[in-house]
Design a protein around this ligand. Structure first.
Ligand SMILES: [Zn+2]
Length: 169
């Protein structure tokens, strides 16, 4: 930042003034000069402290700007990334985001978490097989949400259909 340089120059100038006043003392060691030099030194010291404080403030502002720029870059990257996806209905009121057609960019088909998506994060769901209702089950590695996709089909009633009677020998 350009202003940092000017503060640095100010500090250097003030340092020079200090050196000059020391020179005055050695040349004309009268009480009056000493008093004026002491006043001048106090002013210089105060100015130096202000300059240092200003430098610290500028450094803090610079860090804040860097953090905000990083945040904006992340938001822009997410805005572009989220445009690649669309909310997809897998049946039975179950949803995940999937790649839009022509947005694959060489990636295989995958589902991303609706919960993480709302929090501006992309998390690819991992399959964990099927449940008893013949739904495909997935888990989000980030937020740990468990998903069941597809219509819920009642499991075949094995016990009712069985002729096996445990009481018969
Ligand atoms: Zn998630």
């Amino acid at each position: 930042m350009g202003d940092m340089g000017s503060v640095g120059s100010l500090l250097a100038s003030l340092q020079s003034v200090t050196e000059i006043t020391k020179g005055i003392i050695s040349l004309r060691d009268t009480a009056m000069i000493q008093t004026k030099v002491a006043e001048l030194n106090a002013v210089v010291l105060s100015a130096q402290q202000s300059a240092l404080a200003s430098q610290a403030e500028q450094a803090a502002m610079s860090r804040r700007i860097d953090a905000l720029e990083k945040q904006i870059a992340e938001m822009e990257a997410w805005a572009a990334e989220k445009e690649r996806y669309q909310l997809t209905d897998f049946g039975g009121g179950t949803f995940a985001y999937t790649l839009k057609p022509d947005m694959e960019s060489g990636e295989p088909a995958h589902r991303i978490c609706t919960n993480c998506f709302q929090n501006s994060q992309k998390s690819i769901l991992q399959s964990s097989g099927q449940n008893h209702y013949s739904q495909d089950t997935y888990d989000c590695p980030a937020c740990k949400t468990h998903f069941n996709f597809g219509n819920r089909n009642d499991p075949p009633a094995l016990m009712a259909a069985s002729s096996y009677d445990p009481l018969e020998p």
